[in-house]
Design a protein around this ligand. Structure first.
Ligand SMILES: CC(C)(COP(=O)(O)OP(=O)(O)OC[C@H]1O[C@@H](n2cnc3c(N)ncnc32)[C@H](O)[C@@H]1OP(=O)(O)O)[C@@H](O)C(=O)NCCC(=O)NCCS
Length: 149
């Protein structure tokens, strides 16, 4: 049986490792370093979570309470732990928090060229709200997706 996945808030001790893999694995210009992760942890309206398997952090997400909605600012699962429901568990943790805080919508942006993430969000019930609303550092457009909670 696979080891249990635990979703919990990011702790100070996680930050060096999370920053290392987020910087390495996200597209250029989209990875967050230790300063950003510390800011996420300390900000009263930002809620970073990690997924842990056998004591190892294998995924991370950060949710921002923007008061009219919750915003999923980043999400990453280590490649060798994908397709095991960990990304879904992280998003569901943010959705549960959003509902607790009285938010009725989760929003996020996804790159036009990120087919895997688009499939993933569609599977979780996210729909396109504003195509091409942003541009990523490399110029790729990003669509805003939303889900009513
Ligand atoms: C997107 C990402 C977070 C998904 O994490 P994950 O843990 O693999 O996702 P899950 O296992 O919870 O997937 C749930 C469902 O989403 C869909 N899905 C996930 N990855 C998919 C892929 N590569 N292709 C097609 N469908 C996919 C499937 O329906 C899957 O269910 P199934 O495995 O039973 O078929 C992960 O691929 C990742 O970290 N990618 C790189 C970073 C990134 O793109 N982040 C999002 C930026 S907006």
């Amino acid at each position: 049986m696979p080891d249990a996945v635990r979703i919990r808030p990011l702790a100070d001790a996680d930050i060096p490792e999370v920053a290392r893999f987020h910087r390495t694995l996200m597209p250029p210009g989209e990875g967050w370093g230790e300063t950003q992760w510390r800011f996420e942890r300390e900000h009263p309206l930002r809620f970073p979570f990690v997924a842990e398997v056998s004591g190892q952090v294998v995924g991370v997400a950060s949710f921002w309470d923007e008061e009219d909605r919750m915003y999923l600012a980043t999400l990453l699962v280590l490649p060798e732990h994908r397709r095991q429901g960990i990304g879904r568990r992280l998003v569901e943790a943010g959705e549960a928090l959003a509902r607790e805080r009285g938010r009725e919508c989760m929003a996020l942006h996804v790159r036009a060229d990120n087919g895997a993430a688009r499939e993933f969000y569609a599977r979780l019930g996210y729909v396109s709200a504003v195509p091409g609303e942003i541009r990523y550092p490399d110029g790729t457009p990003g669509d805003r997706l939303e889900k009513r909670l």
